[in-house]
Design a protein. Structure first.
Length: 266
């Protein structure tokens, strides 16, 4: 009886272990396969649907918003700039060509031929009369250039004998300026004083005075002309020219002379 129970117990345990192993194998195999299949199927479908939906929407929105806006802006800006530049260049070229062909050449053909004693007088653009050079436009540009060259040449010739530590002293140089250079600078100023309104001509006259002021003051080249005029005690050339022109107008009676009414201050 004891042997029978032992055999039955051994068979039961063996059978139970076999069933347990079978169940574990079945559950592991089928559950793993089912879960993998489910996850693979549903996850793949979900991801495809998500990517397709969101990516398509994002790409469509990005293309429509950014690329369309960029193309529209670039196209409008480029066309506007191109038209503006092209039209402006064409109009400027046309006007320049028209003036050059139809006006300047036409002016060149209208030269007046004057004959005196069977000799043709040559037409010139400038003429020197009483020491003043008049040009065809009455700009007095050639006169200012002539004064600048003549005074500069004289100053550079004085520079050889007017060094900082030796040579002509400031009194001698100041006398040369007031007696030789200044009359050249202000000669005929009532006629051409209007050129002082142009900074180009004014700078040329100031440059001449500055060169001689450096020699008189024995100063460095970096000193300004205003400081040099204070050191040397000379009036700035533009004020001197206006003063000479106004004095001439007063002496010729071109300016009304009257006494200013005096007011009583309380």
């Amino acid at each position: 009886m004891h042997a029978y129970i032992h055999a039955y117990k051994h068979t039961y345990i063996h059978t139970h272990t076999h069933i347990h192993t079978y169940i574990r194998t079945y559950i592991h195999t089928h559950t793993h396969t089912s879960i993998r299949t489910y996850i693979h199927t549903h996850t793949h479908t979900y991801i495809r649907t998500y990517i397709h939906t969101h990516t398509h929407t994002y790409i469509h929105t990005y293309i429509h918003t950014h690329i369309h806006t960029y193309i529209h802006t670039y196209k409008q800006t480029y066309i506007h700039t191109y038209i503006h530049t092209y039209v402006r260049t064409c109009i400027r070229t046309y006007i320049h060509t028209y003036i050059h062909i139809h006006i300047w050449k036409r002016k060149g053909k209208k030269e007046i031929a004057i004959n005196i004693n069977n000799k043709t007088l040559t037409q010139v653009k400038s003429i020197k009369y009483l020491g003043i050079i008049f040009d065809s436009k009455l700009s007095f540009r050639e006169h200012i250039t002539y004064i600048e060259g003549k005074c500069t040449k004289l100053i550079f010739s004085l520079a050889k004998s007017a060094k900082i530590t030796w040579g002509l002293k400031h009194k001698a140089l100041k006398t040369i300026y007031t007696e030789a250079l200044l009359p050249l600078l202000i000669y005929g100023s009532p006629v051409w004083k209007e050129v002082l309104h142009s900074s180009c001509y004014k700078d040329k006259l100031v440059r001449i005075q500055r060169l001689i002021n450096i020699k008189i003051a024995k100063a460095y080249r970096t000193v300004s002309n205003e400081a040099l005029c204070i050191i040397t005690g000379l009036i700035p050339i533009n004020i001197k020219i206006e003063k000479a022109a106004n004095y001439y107008a007063i002496t010729k009676g071109e300016v009304e002379m009257y006494d200013r009414e005096m007011g009583i201050k309380n």
